[in-house]
Ligand binder design. Sequence first.
Ligand SMILES: Cc1cc2nc3c(=O)[nH]c(=O)nc-3n(C[C@H](O)[C@H](O)[C@H](O)COP(=O)(O)OP(=O)(O)OC[C@H]3O[C@@H](n4cnc5c(N)ncnc54)[C@H](O)[C@@H]3O)c2cc1C
Length: 488
Amino acid sequence: MGEMGTVKQRAAPTQDVEALLGRLRSIVGPQAVLTDPEALEPHLTEWRGLYRGAATALVEPGTTAEAANVVAACAAARVAMVPQGGNTGLVGGAIAQARAGHPEIILGARRLNRIRDVDAANYTMTVEAGCVLADLQAAAEEANRLFPLSLGAEGTCQIGGNISTNAGGINVLRYGSARDLVLGLEVVLPDGRVYDALRALRKDNTGYDLKQLFIGAEGTLGFVTAAVCKLYPRPGSVATAMLAVADPAAAIELHSRARDELGGALAAFELIGRLPLQLVLEHVPGTREPLDGAHDWYVLLELAPAGADAQDQLEHFLARRHAAGEIGDAMLAHSGAQRDALWRLRHSISEAEKHGGAGIKHDVSVPVSRVAEFIDAASAAALAEVPGARVVAFGHLGDGNIHFNLQQPPGMDRAAFLDRWEAVSRVVHTTAHEFSGSFSAEHGVGAMKRDELARLRGGVEYELMRTLKQTLDPHGLMNPGKLFPAAD
Ligand SMILES: Cc1cc2nc3c(=O)[nH]c(=O)nc-3n(C[C@H](O)[C@H](O)[C@H](O)COP(=O)(O)OP(=O)(O)OC[C@H]3O[C@@H](n4cnc5c(N)ncnc54)[C@H](O)[C@@H]3O)c2cc1C
């Protein structure tokens, strides 16, 4: 291996790409190799429109064996591959960047969509990578089980993409992120070999836990084809409330009390600033103020115990906190419709932000105990970069994960504001780092934050990551330019 800075990530193709496409058609069938520009189009842009790519073809294997043969053929031809799931990622990770002399094939997981097994007694299901997340939630429900991974993009994103981004969502506080929900994995390695560890075991102490390398690897170490996911008992009841708190420090205090008094039944604890709520109320039809009057900060809290007493438990908890003067006004949902209305306020924030002007967005995390200090420090640092901008802060407080976004100042030119993205992100990420935090708690590194990976995860940690990449993918063929810079 060369020095860390000069690791070769990709070799030039050694074989005619047309010959390779012919070989791929013979493996998966001609209908599963798409080269038509119109058919490729939706696979070349990303949800926020920040990335526009180019690809030689989209290839969709229908079985693990086909996927292995496809990858082996691309590897033999030294042609790069970009795994793609539902393409709901937000950091350009699934977007191919083919250019002259550097063809790239998109490996689509859509046809790998079988649920191979639901083992209710083992609380597991074995599923293929292209299964849509919402379909897996429904399959678990049919077996009277819960698959707790849940996020805004669940109707489109795929479990292979969720695993590859270590997706979080609204239930991390109680059930963990994708990393905590996977027991076994099947992955086609960059040379076409299949790493088969589809074991449905909760205890297995046999050497390195290799599957964890591929979880959150953003498609840079292999193509995930199947996984064994954990299932849970369905909660007996659910109760949801929105309440006002004085500031983020009060929210942190309330979070500790909720964990102490409500225990494992606490399922969600979200912090929402007034500005994000205001944007929702202004721009999302059918929404209304959840409480009397306006407040600076809100908490959205959900309880999901095994028994039927969620409503009682939450009501008593809120009464105690109110009596102690720790919370202001509160609203406990008394019906499914009221609960949906509260969650809609939270889930509509991203959409509302779009209507409120340009935004510079971050998905950072810090220890829960430091969220309040972080918001203060990051606000000062970001506003020094763009005076007059408005801070839109909200997120999964229970996970220490804050969406710390900056909204275009009134009157400032949109393009001029967006030109400041890199400078603003740098100070926000540096602030998170200074608070022992992470510059990406949700969306990952992809193409967008690869310089930040080198800057903020430098030293031994970065060296080990590159050593791993070099060992598993010596020719740099699997998702080049993601996490690390691509070689020229
Ligand atoms: C409205 C909205 C809400 C969101 N909310 C959340 C949230 O709450 N929490 C959160 O964590 N994320 C969230 N996201 C981001 C996104 O949905 C997640 O990152 C999701 O896990 C991506 O899944 P996907 O199938 O769309 O993957 P893609 O976007 O297709 O790919 C993402 C990355 O995974 C790799 N990949 C995909 N499939 C495979 C595979 N089979 N094998 C190997 N690599 C693969 C790709 O190469 C890429 O690097 C949200 C996105 C949107 C649009």
